[in-house]
Write a protein that binds this ligand. Structure first.
Ligand code: NDP
Length: 278
């Protein structure tokens, strides 16, 4: 069966919009875009559209690629102190002369709706999460729709980046799964995958994971987004062969991607509520 990320994301966005309609103040999200990378511009535009549809207040802040680190940090400080803004997101990747770690650490953790600040990652590690990285959190929402209890399941996460693989593994561990995290040096990847009840692929290599690497009845979550020479988007999993063995599988496009944006709205609402309670 297909896990329809588009549909699940749409329902989540509608639930958020219904809740926002009842609030006295609109939750505010500021998205900072540095430079003119076309892919980043598309992501930022889609986030703006999603905000508008959900009834959020949103600010898009465009800065040239030549911006200095100091100027970017002072822009973040301004937003940290702006009461209309509940969530701040700096679209990654940044131009080489800017230090992404310093930039992320400059965001007030209470407004860190990407969930990348060390304080929020630390809370996730301690199984006391507050703002959780959007893509892995979105995957957890998708897994919930299958009705499968994750406790005791063997999950293999392929990829160990700070934004997907590592927090994904932590989310699964927090759900009491048994987790294996793989990276580019992992030996016998196919053997490890063959033992997995749940596979999460976040590598960035088109169609790398083949159907005969997957255990019969597994759940397969494909985070990868890879553009082929013919312009088509595919995941890290070879969908055709994998869907024949998996019980549940996410498509690309229309799988994890839409969930990431819906979860960003969810996080902004969480940040809004937490600030209101203070
Ligand atoms: P990164 O490039 O930051 O990380 C890739 C990870 O994959 C690294 O840990 C790397 O290992 C590992 N890796 C590389 N080659 C292999 C291999 N042959 N076998 C096993 N592991 C390998 O990528 P991201 O995590 O940022 O993104 C991964 C994919 O997910 C991309 O396609 C990206 O576009 C997509 N993505 C999708 C999102 C969505 O919303 N759907 C959101 C974010 C990303 P090592 O640590 O050793 O280098």
């Amino acid at each position: 069966m297909i896990i329809d990320g588009k549909q699940i994301a749409q329902e989540l966005r509608q639930t958020i919009a219904n809740e926002v309609a009842l609030l006295e103040r609109k939750p505010g999200l500021a998205v900072i875009l540095i430079g003119d990378d076309p892919a980043s511009a598309v992501y930022v535009r889609n986030k703006g559209i999603a905000c508008k549809e959900a009834g959020f207040y949103s600010e898009k802040i465009n800065k040239p690629a030549s911006i200095t680190q100091a100027a970017l940090l002072s822009e973040i400080e301004r937003l940290n102190n702006d009461d209309k803004i509940d969530g701040i997101l700096v679209q990654l990747p940044l131009p080489q002369h800017l230090d992404a770690n310093l930039v992320i650490e400059a965001i007030n953790p209470a407004k860190d709706v990407d969930g990348f600040h060390s304080e929020n990652i630390g809370k996730l590690m301690q199984n006391n999460p507050f703002l959780r990285p959007c893509t892995p959190k979105g995957v957890m929402t998708m897994l919930k729709t299958t009705g499968v209890d994750l406790a005791g399941k063997h999950c293999v996460v392929v990829g160990a980046s700070n934004i997907v693989g590592r927090p994904m593994a932590m989310e699964l561990l927090n759900a009491r799964a048994t987790v294996t995290i793989c990276n580019s040096k992992t030996q016998d990847l196919s053997g490890k995958l063959k033992q997995a009840d749940i596979v999460v692929a976040a590598v960035g290599i088109a169609n790398m994971i083949q159907g005969d690497w997957i255990k019969s009845g597994a759940i397969v979550i494909d985070v990868g987004i890879n553009k082929l020479d013919n312009g088509h988007l595919v995941g890290d999993v070879d969908f055709e062969s994998a869907q024949k063995v998996a019980d549940w599988i996410t498509p690309v496009p229309g799988g994890v991607g839409p969930m990431t944006i819906a979860t960003l709205l969810e996080n902004t609402l969480t940040a809004y509520k937490a600030r209101k309670e203070k």
